[in-house]
Design a protein around this ligand. Structure first.
Ligand code: ATP
Length: 237
């Protein structure tokens, strides 16, 4: 479905992502885990074309490495960015409508209805300004907005950051519900425990490189990896 081959992202002299290769199969949930500054956000932005990158990115076998971001969205990639970035002064409905790409008003109404079925809480809040909602509700809105483009690949950047454990569980359930609908999910998380619990496979990132990859359950149960790269182990575990 999505494939990265030797992708690198630099900010001037800073190499944020170095020769990264990664695969996401159709209907798969893949976790990209690693600490703050490992390069996860830069990888997701490169996939959407929001940051310039070297290397090759293909979607369904087609090279999209030099395509504009809007073309990548039209081809089926969506990003729910870190920090949520909903538009605070706009209503839930208006925020959702912003996620629609190149569709008619009828599509827009149908897509909105689909999202309200998936996120019943948003239906209750439909006319409310995004700023008046809780962090968890805003996160759900940000994900729903990304889904409004009907992506084949949904990228979630730190969806659980700063949220209460009960909301973290809801986001985990949501990822599995999206997978059941056939959407491939690339989940970038510092919360490796949550990410590894829902992912099929995982890539562990450190200073811009993949240091480990494989079955998510196997990585979660490997104390050496959890300790060396994901901040678990000893007293802190
Ligand atoms: P976080 O969860 O904190 O976002 P991350 O794993 O997503 O971490 P990135 O945000 O991709 O990591 O950052 C990777 C590296 O690139 C870090 O060293 C960061 O300081 C640097 N970096 C990120 N964005 C920029 C930028 N716009 N300009 C300069 N350096 C940047």
């Amino acid at each position: 479905m999505l494939s990265l081959s030797n992708v690198s992202v630099s900010y001037g002299p800073i190499a944020a992502v170095s020769s990264l290769s990664l695969q996401l199969a159709a209907g798969e949930v893949v976790a990209l885990v690693g600490s703050n500054g490992a390069g996860k956000s830069s990888t997701l932005k490169a996939i959407l074309g929001l940051e310039k990158s070297k290397g090759t990115i293909t979607l369904e076998g087609q090279d999209i490495s030099s395509a504009y971001s809007v073309v990548r969205v039209e081809r089926g990639i969506a990003l729910s960015p870190e920090g949520r970035h909903v538009f605070p002064a706009m209503t839930v409905r208006e925020n959702l409508e912003l996620g629609v790409i190149g569709r008619t008003r009828q599509d827009e109404a149908q897509l909105t209805e689909e999202m309200l079925q998936l996120f019943p809480r948003l239906r209750e809040r439909i006319g409310q300004r995004a700023s008046s909602m809780s962090g968890g509700e805003q996160q759900m809105l940000a994900i729903a907005r990304a889904l409004m483009s009907r992506p084949k690949v949904l990228m979630l950047d730190e969806p659980t950051l700063g949220l209460a454990p009960i909301i973290v569980d809801q986001i985990a359930d949501l990822v599995l519900a999206l997978k059941a609908r056939g959407i491939s999910v690339l989940l970038a998380e510092q919360n490796s425990e949550m990410a590894l619990s829902v992912a099929d496979r995982a890539y562990v990132m450190e200073t811009g490189r993949i240091v480990k990859s494989g079955n998510a359950a196997a990585i979660a149960s490997d104390p050496a990896v959890m300790e060396a790269h994901l901040g678990f182990g000893g007293e802190a575990a």
